[in-house]
Design a protein around this ligand. Sequence first.
Ligand SMILES: O=c1ccn([C@@H]2O[C@H](COP(=O)(O)O)[C@@H](O)[C@H]2O)c(=O)[nH]1
Length: 276
Amino acid sequence: MTYKNLFDHISSKKSYLCVGLDTDIRKIPSHLLSEPDPVFAFNKQIIDATVDYCVSYKPNIAFYEAMGGKGWESLQKTMEYIPDSHFTIADAKRGDIGNTSGLYARTFFDPSSSGLNFDAVTVAPYMGSDSVLPFLEFENKWVILLALTSNSGGADFQRLEIDGKPLYEQVLAKSQEWAGADRMMYVVGATQARDIAHIRTIIPDHFLLVPGVGAQGGNLEEVSRFGMNSHCGLLINASRSIIYASNGTDFAQKAQNEAKSIQQEMAVYLDKYCVQ
Ligand SMILES: O=c1ccn([C@@H]2O[C@H](COP(=O)(O)O)[C@@H](O)[C@H]2O)c(=O)[nH]1
């Protein structure tokens, strides 16, 4: 998917919501456990309920890998079920020496190899250029580099100063040499809203993937005010607050209510802050 396709979808939906499919077999409603594939049965209903209110889905790969082969099968079925219009993110936080990164890239980007055809994968930047570049060899696919993450421990390294600048800023600056705003995004946690205005001065055009609203307490209005650019430039992820809004038989309806309420708030911020 191109930068323009993504922005067009955001504009038509008036939404920059990314629904996180962090589907934990231990948390899904008990009436689904008798299904042949409870994880897929849950995801299918969540997708049906939220598809009109979001532009993106982000399965966190840990939740599927933890279930072994069955988990990969549920992930494949989920990916096949998500409409092509929606930007798909494998939240896998990969990155290794070049030849190994190449295989990670095939895992998420090459359907003839793995059956998976994501638009983007999250990548850890700390092994440097040769660990990231193999992901960029796949046409029209995106790398989403970890910059300033939402967890408190992110500060242990990301805020360490080198030559007077925090490491996450060095990541933003150095990675500009690898790809432009048409192929690279950055993870910036919603819990770091006060830094987003500053980050925008370094990367005015790139999309930011912003997890941390909802269950982690990040503020949607603040992130939108500080982070939005003339092409929106934001994909805001919410996982638990949507998919586990209820653990009863009404879970999909409750997920829809939650996604719709976020989308309605986003429509207001798009009118207010996304100025061309
Ligand atoms: O800095 C980061 C990077 C990734 N995540 C992931 O996003 C979702 C957030 O889930 P919530 O339930 O909405 O809190 C989850 O998959 C994390 O692993 C993040 O939170 N922060």
